[in-house]
Design a protein around this ligand. Structure first.
Ligand SMILES: [Cu+2]
Length: 161
């Protein structure tokens, strides 16, 4: 039979799982990774970027790099001298603020060949009852999270009865 203790356990799991599940790891370009001759604008249209998510740029170390730039630099495909260059081949960029973010590859003519990404980071609206449900996301993490959430709610509902 249900007890207050099992309810507490379920709620504790929920409290721990919630913030972890909220953040999605988004691999730029999906299976293609970070490369020239790929349409990142089109790719980004099918994605949702929310504060707390991580952008992951994957490529062979040495072949490319990732430079977070400003809008003007992005347009000109030119990084400024003070821009930070990431080059590990597995660069993780936490999305900390909302708004537009620009990235490009600084190697050769890669940027001109489409190796550049512009995204718009949305605020994290959370799952407060007053806010509308988040739109469906292509992120598997979020789908998994919703499944977990519904499962836990079902467990809690059972315990309460
Ligand atoms: Cu490149």
């Amino acid at each position: 039979m249900a007890s207050k203790q099992s309810l507490a356990v379920a709620l504790a799991i929920l409290a721990v799982a919630l913030p972890l599940a909220m953040a999605a790891d988004i691999v730029v370009g999906g299976d293609n990774g970070w490369m020239p001759d790929f349409n990142y604008t089109l790719w980004a249209e099918g994605q949702e970027f929310i504060v707390g998510d991580n952008l992951i740029f994957k490529y062979n170390e040495g072949d490319h790099n990732v430079i977070p730039v400003g809008g003007a630099e992005f347009k000109a495909c030119r990084a400024g001298g003070e821009d930070k260059v990431l080059s590990s081949g597995n660069d993780v960029l936490p999305l900390k603020t909302t708004g537009k973010k620009w990235y490009l590859c600084g190697k050769g003519d890669h940027c001109d060949r489409g190796q550049k990404l512009v995204i718009t980071v949305l605020p994290d609206v959370g799952l407060a009852p007053s806010s509308p449900p988040p739109p469906p996301s292509s992120s598997a993490n979020r789908v998994g999270f919703l499944t977990c959430w519904m499962l836990l709610m079902a467990i809690v509902a059972r315990i309460m009865n």
